[in-house]
Design a protein around this ligand. Structure first.
Ligand SMILES: [Zn+2]
Ligand SMILES: [Zn+2]
Length: 86
């Protein structure tokens, strides 16, 4: 099983392990600070699942799942290349 590459879908920023996200009280959160990619977007304080994740670099929001970039099978990658040059 391959590991996904985790980066911002907007600016390609890769969150280092020391990055922290805030379970924002103004949207009903519990103020916990944690690394959201360790828990798949689930707050360890209140178990709320954050469907969107803010980028700490470009300050934009993206669906949490869009941060995970799974490596494509080699055959599919070649297919896309052919289409690109056709
Ligand atoms: Zn919380
Ligand atoms: Zn970003």
């Amino acid at each position: 099983m391959q590991e996904p590459d985790i980066h911002c879908p907007h600016c390609a920023w890769r969150p280092p392990g020391r990055s922290r996200w805030w379970c924002a009280p103004r949207t009903g959160g519990c103020s916990t600070l944690w690394n959201t990619f360790w828990t798949g977007g689930v707050c360890p304080g209140c178990a709320y699942r954050w469907e969107i994740t803010a980028c700490l670099a470009c300050k934009r929001f993206a669906p949490h799942r869009d941060w995970y970039h799974w490596p494509e099978p080699a055959s599919e990658a070649r297919e896309a290349e052919r289409e690109g040059t056709a």
